[in-house]
Structure formats: structure tokens, C-alpha cells
Design a protein around this ligand. Sequence first.
Ligand code: 5GP
Ligand code: MN
Length: 329
Amino acid sequence: MKYDFAPACALVQASQNILIAGHVSPDGDTLGSALGLALALRSIGKQVTVAFQDEPPQHLRFLPGADKIFRPDQLSQQPDLLILVDCATLERTGDGWIEAYLPQVPLLIFDHHALRDEIPAVSLIDPHLAATAELIYWFLQAIEVPLDLDIARCLYTAICTDTGGFRFTNTKVHTLQIAAELLAQGINLEEMRIQLFESRSMGHIKLLGLCLSNLQKTVDNKLVWCGLDAATKKLHNALPEDIDGIAAATMQLEGVKIGMFFDERAEQGVVKVSMRGRDGYNVGKLAAEFGGGGHYAASGCTIPGTLAEVQPKVLAAGKRLLAEMEARI
Ligand code: 5GP
Ligand code: MN
């Protein structure tokens, strides 16, 4: 195996009380990695607590252990090891709660983001991987914890969601080999597909419909975007989980290269921008221009201001990236 898991194994073996945390607005990868790792470490006698600042979205609450996730303010015990999964920066864990443990508590990081902060830690990071859960899978082999069905369901969820159901180009031969091993634990694919892709709230379906019917684009279809302003969200009582996943809809139009989704969060005075890009269009870099980050093909940033203020600036940057790419062809 190309990773050196020895320092991570040593850290885990020397610890008894382990806290695992992931990122805000948790997705399938951060939740599946955290919960799968928690189950595995409990099976070798560790005391493990999983904590996230935000609630898991409704469609991921079926994950084993999702009902036992702690909020930061519910934590009392000091862990002897902190593990972060799928977080490119400490800020991604939320509003400063994680910093309270550092540097006294040793830190172990599993991640697959290319654009990262330097954080002093034992780190297992590979930006070529589709999902953090692939690293967790190999780590479990290194630390000799056997898989079981519940661990497999967690890791499969993580990999399946971060590869868009094994459709994105981050799906490699090893990704499918890992998925096959996970499936061999007895995963019910019908249940999985329904949970992950066909269990959305009525709110999501309605807002998705609204966004699709108001989709905007450049004349050549290359930049496609839609936005939800605060008034519309209020009118529809939109929950954060209703909004999750709408960004993907911008990538369905023929000829699209860059998709953007703008979510006005008036309570915080910010706009959350989700970006998606086709091969050759590095939206990770684009989001980083606005203080965000993510991956080459899927990224995001959170920008202070209203939708009317933020959207034109980000669209202009998107058009600049399109023009740069045109100039190269
Ligand atoms: P989504 O658009 O699905 O919320 O996020 C896509 C990816 O972009 C995430 O997996 C994450 O890596 C990154 N991302 C999203 N929002 C932010 C943000 O506000 N800051 C940073 N640094 N990365 C983000
Ligand atoms: Mn991920």
C-alpha cells in the first residue's frame, strides 16, 4: 500500500477516548467516514464519540450511529485523540469549537482535498482519491479491523455520494474494487439507492423545480446558474437539507462547462456558492479566489453580502475562467 499508516495506527492504539469530527453541512463522505471509523474503532475496544456542529440531513439519518451524533456543546469529556475526516481546514468543522482541543489533544486527519490549510497533525491526505472513506477503508485494513455490514454501509454511502453514484471521473479502478468489497458484506443496494437518491423531502423537490424553471445561462450554455434568495426560501420554509443537492442540477444542460448555485443566507449575511465544473474547468481554484475551496470539479465558498451583490462578482469570475479556457483551445 502506498500510504504509511504506521503513525496513525500507533496514535489510535495509544488512545482510549477518541473524538471524531467532520465538516459543517455534513455530506455522505464526512458522515460515512466518521460513523464507519467510529464503529470500527469501537469494535477494538475504543471509546468513540462522533461530533458534528450541524445535524445530518434527513436522507443520511439511516446511517448506523447517525442518531448518536453529539453537538459540540454536548461534549464534556476531554478526548485523548481527535480525528478529523473530510475537512480541508479547521474552519470547515464550524464556529471555532474544534480549536479548543488543540494543540493539547493529538490530531489525526483523513482527507482528500487538494486545497488545504497546513495543520500540524498526523495526516493521511490524498487529493487523488474520490472520497475520504477510501482512506478509511485502507486504514481499517492496516489496523486489522475486519469489515462488517454496518461499517460497509457507512463507507459505501461515503464513496457512492462523493462519486455521484460512481459516475464522476474520480471513480477509479480501486474505487470500484473497494465498493465491491463493501457490497460483499451484504449491502442491500435497493435500500441504499432509495436512501441516497430517492428519499428527498417535498421541500427539496419543490425548490429544485423552482430552480430548474428559473435556470439562467450564457448564450453558449457554458455557464449555467440559479439562485435562491432569502425571501423565496422563507416563502417555501426551506430547510438547509432541502437546498442540498440543487447545485448538481446546473450541470444537466447540454454543453455546460461550469455550473453555479447561489444560496442567500440572510441570517448570516452571506451567500453560499456551490460550483461544479467539467474536465478542464478547475472550479476548486475559482472558489479559492473567494476564500473557499473544495475539489477540481466540485467546490464552494461563502461570501459576505446579499445575492444581488455576490452573484455578479462570482459570475464574472466564472466567465473569466471560460474565456481563459477558450483562449487555450
Ligand atoms: P457543496 O457545493 O456540495 O456544498 O460543496 C462542494 C465541495 O466544495 C465540498 O465537498 C467542499 O469540499 C467544498 N466547499 C463547499 N463549501 C465550502 C466553503 O464554504 N469553504 C470551503 N473551503 N470549501 C467549501
Ligand atoms: Mn469528501
